[in-house]
Design a binder for this molecule. Structure first.
Ligand code: FES
Ligand code: FE2
Length: 414
């Protein structure tokens, strides 16, 4: 124990200074969970807010969350995108009750205080009192009060927000590789094809690690292997930014060979399984670079996915130490013809809560969480591919997970 009064006893004890052993208690401890809200989601990180196309006109707004914190994103009359806490400065009421809409200003239902689209307080009900009695004292000035702002930045049509003045500029923070990966996929104006939210009965980190886990893909997801969508033997690699938190992994496919076999035999598979309708995996090389799978993460809670022609953003929303909402935003682009939209929708059967692939990622975290119930002594092992968190030109590795813990420990001060 420190006598300075500054050091806080860590909620979780790490077995080493390394990142290749992770104490199980990080997934079960309530104090740890609260610190994550403060130091990660409200800390020096950029968090997904919305797509810029969702705020097409002045007055368009979205009420959303960063971690568990309620925020509003709005386009003002000048066309600028602003974000601020969804919390009235008067008594802290939730200001915006609808998830989205278009307004001239924001009015609080509790006592009628009003804010403009930049979050400035513009109206206080009965400010001068009633019949010269009551009202706000003379020293109260509306211009001294505003909704607490967030910094906002946009890349590839995605709007991000951060609570911290110290967070590096978005592209610098993402790193050059992850910036390239993000803008590769988001290279046209996106169109939202659909949304769904999956309720995960587990700690949010179990899901975020799963996305960074290239090791499990060809083992847990038998569909991927059977139908050759993603095998570790395909050429590919992992890019990890220098902090470790952001990453993307990719795999290459010989689309021409795939096409020939597709026409020939429905779909090749070394097992006896054949798809009754192979159109669910029929795909085109829309980016012209042969990359058929690219999974990208933005620390601590955003995923950008390209699996063949299914494009989706997934947002990880912690809702308690053992509960997570996973929001899926399924995307197309404004350049898509009808055939491409149809293709994206069909391939959409691969992913999401009931998808041929992604349902497994939805339940595996719940299994881990059940095993850890009152059973969280010790640590998990994250040593596949070594002890470092560096970019690699192969994928039989847990380097991206180690990257997550590297950045996590740095921000958490552990
Ligand atoms: S809490 Fe919003 S006006 Fe009172
Ligand atoms: Fe998976």
């Amino acid at each position: 124990m420190s006598h300075s009064g500054l050091a806080v006893e860590p909620a979780v004890r790490w077995p080493s200074n390394g990142i290749s052993e992770v104490p199980f208690r990080v997934y079960t401890d309530q104090v740890q969970y609260q610190r994550e809200q403060e130091r990660l989601f409200r800390g020096k990180t950029w968090n997904y807010l919305c797509l810029a196309v969702e705020l097409a006109k002045p007055g368009d707004y979205i009420a959303t969350t960063i971690g568990e914190v309620a925020v509003i994103v709005a386009r003002d009359a000048d066309g600028a995108v602003n974000a601020f806490l969804n919390r009235c400065v008067h008594r802290g009421n939730l200001l915006c009750l609808e998830a989205r809409g278009n307004v001239k200003e924001f009015g609080c239902i509790y006592h009628g205080w009003v804010y403009d689209l930049a979050g400035r307080l513009t109206g206080v009900a009965f400010e001068k009192g009633v019949q010269r009695q009551g009202g706000m004292p003379p020293e109260f000035r509306k211009e001294d009060h505003a909704l607490q702002p967030l910094r906002v930045a946009e890349l590839g049509g995605i709007v991000f927000g951060t609570f911290s003045d110290e967070t590096l500029a978005l592209e610098e923070w993402l790193g050059v590789d992850v910036t390239r990966g993000l803008t590769r996929v988001m290279n046209r104006t996106p169109v939202i094809l659909g949304r769904s939210t999956q309720i995960l009965p587990n700690n949010w980190k179990l899901y975020f690690e799963n996305v960074k886990d290239t090791y499990h893909a060809s083992i847990l997801h038998l569909f991927l292997t059977t139908f050759r969508i993603n095998r570790l033997s395909m050429p590919g690699g992992i890019y990890i930014n220098h902090d470790g938190g952001n990453h993307y992994t990719y795999a290459m496919l010989d689309y021409a060979a795939e096409d020939a076999t597709y026409k020939d035999a429905g779909l090749r598979s070394e097992s006896e399984f054949r798809l009754e309708d192979p159109s669910v995996v029929e795909s085109v090389d829309e980016y012209g670079d042969g990359v058929s799978v690219q999974i990208l993460t933005v620390f601590p809670g955003m995923v950008l996915q390209q699996v063949r022609n299914t494009i989706a953003i997934r947002v990880v929303r912690p809702r308690g130490v053992d509960k997570t909402h996973l929001e899926w935003i399924h995307l197309g682009f404004d350049t898509d013809d009808e055939a491409m939209t149809e293709r994206r929708l069909r391939q959409g059967n691969l992913i999401g809560a009931a998808g041929y692939i992604a349902m497994e990622d939805g339940f595996i975290g719940g299994f881990v969480q059940r095993a850890l119930q009152y059973n969280d002594e010790g640590s998990g092992i994250v040593m596949m591919g070594g002890h470092e968190a560096e970019s690699q030109n192969f994928r039989a590795s847990e380097a991206a997970i180690r990257g997550f813990w590297k950045h996590y420990r740095a921000l958490m001060g552990e």
